[in-house]
Write a protein that binds this ligand. Structure first.
Ligand code: HEC
Ligand code: HEC
Length: 219
């Protein structure tokens, strides 16, 4: 009995994964129909928008979602959106209410296919590999103030770090390592309204790669 149900599950997964199942055009339609556009831009880049344009939306820009996220994470998160930022987007005082809209599984598959098609030329593929990068760790925890604003897991999974930036716990499953580097290297392209300090000039490109590699290894 156990064996049969395991087979059924495997078969269902195999059918699900058949090419052509998820549909970006259907995803774009579902994105609009679910009113995602009320809170998110899907056209970029950020530097072409004024602060007022950006404040007109209550959520982060998604025009480079396909360069920023890992598809599996995105598809799962859209169905069960646990808070990423501890503070409400763009606020330094209000806690994140954790009330992000949820999508049903079929819509999440199509919408994540649509979003993964939105990419930025500023992100070069294959530059950063996730590693227990000792130099990156030193930069993140000591040399630069990264950990003052970002939560991460220290020894024995102890939660450490600040709350003003997005949590970096689980980044290894969530973010594209090459996007983290591009975000440090060309912040003006991705700049959110509540921006983080610019490290251009403070960190060499090599050290940006080191710290991106270290962060991309967070479990
Ligand atoms: C009422 C405004 C609102 C609506 C409607 C909304 N979102 Fe969001 N979205 C947000 C906010 C705020 C965040 C930041 C959440 C966090 O950090 O935990 C967010 C985060 C996201 C993220 C992660 C972005 C990042 O850079 O961290 C994705 C992907 C996303 N939303 C997709 C969607 C989709 C798809 C829909 C439609 C089903 C949708 N959102 C509808 C406000 C909204
Ligand atoms: C003063 C606070 C502050 C410091 C210091 C800081 N950050 Fe940030 N960081 C932020 C804010 C604010 C954002 C973007 C907020 C948003 O999108 O809602 C951000 C975004 C990020 C993101 C993208 C996360 C995501 O899910 O969108 C990464 C990765 C990141 N920072 C890494 C770093 C690294 C590495 C350092 C050190 C070299 C650093 N940060 C230093 C505040 C900070």
């Amino acid at each position: 009995m156990k064996r049969i149900s395991a087979l059924a599950v495997a078969l269902a997964i195999a059918l699900w994964a058949l090419p052509g199942h998820a549909d970006p055009a259907a995803g774009e339609a579902a994105f609009k129909a679910s009113d995602c556009t009320a809170c998110h831009y899907t056209d970029g880049p950020a530097k072409e928008k004024t602060i007022d344009d950006q404040l007109a939306k209550k959520g982060p820009e998604l025009w480079y979602a396909g360069s920023k996220f890992q598809k599996e994470w995105l598809q799962a998160w859209l169905q069960d959106p646990a808070p990423i930022r501890q503070m409400k987007f763009n606020s330094v005082t209000e806690a994140n209410p954790g009330d992000h809209p949820k999508l049903a599984a079929a819509d999440a598959a199509n919408v994540s296919d649509f979003l993964m098609g939105l990419t930025s030329d500023a992100v070069e593929a294959g530059v950063v590999k996730p590693k227990k990068n000792a130099k990156g760790r030193l930069i993140f925890t000591k040399k630069m103030p990264c950990s003052g604003c970002h939560q991460y897991e220290g020894r024995k999974k102890k939660l450490m770090g600040g709350r003003s930036g997005p949590s970096l716990v689980g980044v290894g499953k969530r973010l594209n390592p090459d996007w983290i580097y591009a975000y440090l290297l060309t912040p003006e392209i991705f700049k959110p309204v509540k921006a983080m300090p610019v490290f251009v000039g403070l960190l060499s490109e090599k050290d940006m790669k080191n710290v991106a590699s270290y962060v991309a290894n967070f479990k």
